[in-house]
Ligand binder design. Structure first.
Ligand code: ZN
Ligand code: ZN
Length: 132
């Protein structure tokens, strides 16, 4: 299914043409900081399945302390939403912030990562695979 991911103000828009190849919720502290929320929703698409529609996002590089992986995160310079990123451990994929698909939300994630760092009150469905 074709879906659009967009920042809060609408400037940065991308489109994905297919379903994510990987899709999980992440409870690491960095995802909590990035989203300001209880966990991150990280969906990963094949590069060929992503179209950059509008906006000129800003970028920051970082090494995520959770997995020591290099990342480049792209966010809207006006509203601050992180919309997509590249991570060295998944070289052929583009990460997209799952919550940015507001018109046609993604289905339930398939795994829960940094699960040991999950807030105790967050309930994860039994069918979602738990990972360190
Ligand atoms: Zn924006
Ligand atoms: Zn994370």
């Amino acid at each position: 299914m074709k879906r659009r991911a967009q920042c809060c103000c609408g400037d940065v828009t991308i489109e994905v043409l297919d379903e994510p190849r990987q899709y999980g919720m992440c409870h690491c502290n960095n995802c909590k900081q990035r989203t300001g929320s209880a966990f991150g929703l990280s969906s990963y698409f094949k590069e060929n399945d992503v179209r950059f529609i509008s906006g000129q996002p800003s970028c920051y590089p970082l090494v995520n302390p959770h997995d020591n992986a290099d990342q480049k995160r792209y966010f809207c310079g006006k509203c601050g939403s992180t919309v997509y990123w590249y991570v060295s451990t998944l070289p052929d994929l583009i990460g997209v912030a799952g919550g940015c698909f507001t018109e046609k939300p993604l289905e339930k994630p398939t795994y829960s990562v940094a699960h040991e760092n999950k807030y105790s009150w967050v309930m994860v469905p039994y069918s979602v695979k738990k990972k360190p």
